[in-house]
Structure formats: structure tokens, C-alpha cells
Design a protein around this ligand. Sequence first.
Ligand code: SIN
Length: 479
Amino acid sequence: MSAGASPLVVAGAGLAGLCVALAAAPRPVLLVGGSAGSASALAQGGIAAALGRGDRPALHAEDTCAAGAGHNDVAMVSRLVDAAPDAVAWLAAQGVAFDREGADWALGREGGHGRARIVHAGGDASGQAIVDAMERAVAGAAHVTRLASDGLLALALSEGGAIAAVRLVGADGATRDIATPDLVLATGGIGTLFAATTNPLSADGNGLALALEAGAPGRDLEFVQFHPTALAVPGEGPLPLLTEALRGAGAVLRDARGEAVMDGLHPLADLAPRDVVAREVWRRRQAGNDVFLDMRSLGEQGLAAFPTAVALCRAHGIDPRRDPAPVTPAVHFHMGGIAVDADGRSGLPGLHAVGEVACSGVHGANRLASNSLLECVVAGRALGTRLSLPRDARIQAAPRRWVHPGAGTNAAALRALRDLLWRSMGPVRDDATLAEAERRLRVDPSLARTWQARLASRLLHAARIRRASLGAHHRADSA
Ligand code: SIN
């Protein structure tokens, strides 16, 4: 790192963090955390971009806003969809080998998209392929210092309330403080606060909790997306995802008698927006009826494009060529997060956020499939570029107040909290259940005053005050 220049600290090394770090050259960057097992690396969907014949960014924007129930920030949507073709070209230039059909992009279709618009790399192993290419690019970037086994523990604010320093903790538990005027949070989502999620264990809301604790405003915290087809298997931890692209390729949701469950419920049937499909699967399972994803029509050849999903099924004793796979909705993505402006600035000077932990309003009340890796690239590159000018060390403000997320729960209490949030803030909500969950968090001695409970209370509060259903936030008690 060059002497005298204040580093940019990027917490989180999924796709968004990697893009910020790379684009911030020549400013010295400390990239904190590893990308292995990040939500980006696990992603089976690809990148949505209007690349097909007859497709246009305006059509991509229409689908984005329809999925988002019109709650989207339309300027942010335009920015995202207009930049999408260039984002794909940029990733290809970084070495991502996107799937092709001859000279053309091989375009897949997912829920909510009016046409085939998704580029994949290695079929449903897209996230890993993209992260691998970006990891190689970052490894060759002299301005980036990796602190892959460190985590962000706390941040310090100056007298004037701006970011002044961060405290990192290493794998051995040792801490160190680093002075910086700029912290980027790219720490991902909140899925593991819920009993059923497709998210990796690291997606526990720690970055969001720290930002809220420091006084940064949150936005749209009630909007949590449920993926309709996680593999319904017992055990704790992330549930295996069966990508929506399987339904794009012809797989069908069926009940135990083999009847197609989405027929007649939505004009797009199995490819209806995720919230619609997730609620139907949830409704049936709540009534005690299993729902299955039937992939048999894809045959050996069709399934070859889904090596990840096939391997996940096989690991659980399911042969997708012969057996329909039992599925359940599971928390997949948080549309809400730290409120940021179009340039990734939070309400706290020097604190920036990008990717799932941030909320610019682009996804509205429900994210359109394969818009999240896209957002990581578009917003990550823009934020890195904005922060690329080295700040003079002399304007570095002195740390005045340290902000920690606070004490965490023990494992048993965390399990209880996950069950509580899943039952109260799942695909179908009502005020009485939300209020009871809020009360439990206050009175249960193993939960009260923990950072997870404080964050969960913020989510529940947001879900209570939005009384009407919108997008992924469905209130059974609203008209
Ligand atoms: C999927 O592959 O079904 C998920 C894609 C996404 O979340 O965008």
C-alpha cells in the first residue's frame, strides 16, 4: 500500500465487493473477507441483460418494475438495465466464459421475464464461474490487499459523525484498528436469520446491523424475497436451491397426484413472479400437502445444463431424471437494506453500501430474477470508480466513538429466533403474529438485547407498519 494514502476498506468479498475493489484502482484497497461460500458464488441464476434479438433495456425495465410491484426507483432501474449489456461485456473481458450458442449468447428464461434474457456461465454454476474470474482479476491487481480471513468487528465515527476507522478481527481472534475515511459494506443479506433460506451462513445481517447501530437509515426492511423452489430436505443450514431456470427450461411444479399447481393461477404459470409462486407453494405446504418440482421432461440432455441442481438432488438421494423433487419456499434475497443514494452513499458520511446489504430502491418490493449479480457489477463498478481517488491522509478525522453491533445470541437462542422470524415474517404475514414475535424478542432473556434480536425487531416493525400487501410482503390481514 502506498505511504500516506488512506485505504478504502471494503467489507465483504462477494461479487459486489470484488467489483468495488477492482474498480477503485489506483486507490489502495483493503478487501476484508473471503468470497468462498458467498451468496454470489452460490448463485445458480446468471445475469439479466437485453441481449436477444428484439429485446430492449426498456422491456427489461418493464419486467423489473412489474416484479417489483411498481415500488421500484425508476431512475435506478433505467440505470441498471441500460448498463446490463456493457456489464456482461465487461465480465467477459475479465475472463468469464459465458455460455454461447454458436456466435450468439445462449439466453435462458426465468420467472417474471417476458423473454429469454439471462446469460449463464457453466449453466447453473454461473455464480462460481463469475466469482472465480473476478477473484483472478483482483489477485492480479496491485492496489488490492486481501484480508480473506478477517471480519469487520466495529467502526469508529469522528466528532462530526463521519467514518474514521474500522476494527477488524482475524481468524485467531486478534483485533486491529485501521484509520480510513471510507468504508464500503458489501456484506450480503439476512437469510440466515430465518429457519428456511438458500443463503450461506455468512448472510446473517451483520453489516446491516452495524450500519443501523451507527445511525445509518434503513429502507424497505420488510421486503424479503422467498424463492419458491428450495429443495425440501431436513437439517439445519442453507437449503439447496433448484434454480428457476429449470422452470424456464420446462420443469413444472406438481402436487402429489401429479397435477400442475400453477395452472390457471397466473398467465405466466410456473414462470410467474417469484412471490406469486412462493405463496402458492407455501399455502399448499401449510395445508399439509407436499409440492414437487418435476424435471423429468428435460431429459438427460436438458438436465446437462444444470450440473449444480442435479448434483444437489443426487446428494439427497433424488434422481431428477426419474423423481420429482420436494420443494419449499425459502428466504433468498433482501430487497431492503441500508438506504443508499444513486452513488452508493448511505446517510452516514464515509459509509457506503452495495449489493444485497444496500437498498437503492432498484428492486422495489420484489427483485426480478438474475438482477442481483447484475446489480453487484453495475453498482459495484460505479462505486469503486467514485471512490478511486486517494484521499489525503491529513484529512483523516480522529475516531471519537466506536460502534459495535453488540452481544450476539447463543446457538439455541439463534435457532429460536430463526423459527420465530420464519413463522412471523414468512411468505404470508399478519399483524397479530408479527406483534407476538416482537414481544417475544423483548421478553425472552436469551434474545433480548442481542444484535440479532435488535435487527429482527427492525424487520418486524417495518413489516407491521406496512399494513397493505405489496410484492413479496404479503399481509393476510389486509384487504
Ligand atoms: C435462481 O437461479 O432461481 C435464482 C436466480 C436469482 O436469484 O436471481
